[in-house]
Unconditional design. Structure first.
Length: 267
């Protein structure tokens, strides 16, 4: 699953990358968790960056549900096999079948936080795209839920997940978020695209274009929302032996402080 992620890019950077405009001030969020407001771009208005609550509640729900993730395979691939090539059952799930057809969104992120399947966020990693390819977009679905007691509107979203790639397997996690290559952004939001083309996009991102490193388990608390909680606590090696975390850890401007500590330790 993907229950935590990071979005700290400046508004103007996001606007330029996604060719969309925002009419709200944006605050960096180093630990986006359930219920937090975060920026998305919907198929209804692809030129606008909007805020919505992380945690999906369909319009027909009696109460808030805060579903963070929607499985691309639906009820298929219960073993989470990385080589799964079967049907994308999300199109048949009652909670998601309307949204995947007509309420798709790009969930803007700079990185995501994932733990091992066994230890969860007691053993967390920061996962990101190499070569400073950020911000990027998760494939998402969205809806708008009206509180029956207050009439208040709650726009919300979930991130679609898929089987793990080699990197996530190395972390020993059984799922990963669907990261959309930039060339798929417009197509994913286009409701004229056949649904089969949309589901074909719900694949794991190439592992050789990603990297990760361990961070402090203090990130488990949503209250710990600051840059220092994303500092690397150990080096990390990609599945390919020659790919090591070196200058890649210069994420969010943290590499300078890491290099300074290394120099001090060498004295």
């Amino acid at each position: 699953m993907c229950g935590r992620y990071v979005i700290v890019s400046k508004v103007e950077v996001i606007e330029k990358k996604f060719h969309a405009k925002s009419d709200f001030p944006f605050e960096p969020n180093f630990n986006v968790s359930a219920g937090a407001k975060a920026p998305i771009i919907t198929n209804e208005n692809p030129q606008k960056i909007q805020l919505a609550h992380f945690g999906f509640t369909p319009f027909f729900a009696a109460k808030k549900t805060y579903i963070l993730n929607a499985r691309a395979e639906g009820d298929h691939n219960t073993e989470n096999r990385s080589n799964f090539t079967g049907a994308k059952g999300i199109i048949k799930k009652p909670y998601f079948r309307k949204a995947i057809r007509s309420q798709r969104c790009l969930v803007i992120a700079d990185a995501f936080i994932e733990g091992t399947t066994a230890n969860k966020l007691d053993e967390p990693y920061l996962v990101y795209l190499k070569d400073k390819a950020r911000p990027f977009a998760f494939a998402g679905i969205y809806d708008e839920w009206l509180d029956p007691n207050t009439g208040e509107s709650h726009p919300n979203f979930a991130i679609i997940t898929c089987p793990p790639n080699l990197l996530m397997g190395k972390i020993q996690h059984h799922r990963m978020p669907v990261i959309l290559p930039e060339e798929f952004h417009n197509e994913y939001l286009n409701l004229d695209i056949p649904l089969s083309d949309i589901t074909s996009m719900l694949q794991s991102y190439p592992a050789n274009q990603m990297n990760a490193f361990k961070i402090s388990p203090a990130i488990k608390s949503p209250k710990n929302n600051a840059k220092e909680y994303l500092q690397p606590v150990s080096e990390w090696v990609q599945p390919e032996k020659e790919l090591k975390v070196t200058n890649q850890i210069d994420l969010f401007g943290m590499g300078d402080s890491r290099r300074k500590r290394n120099k001090e330790n060498d004295k």
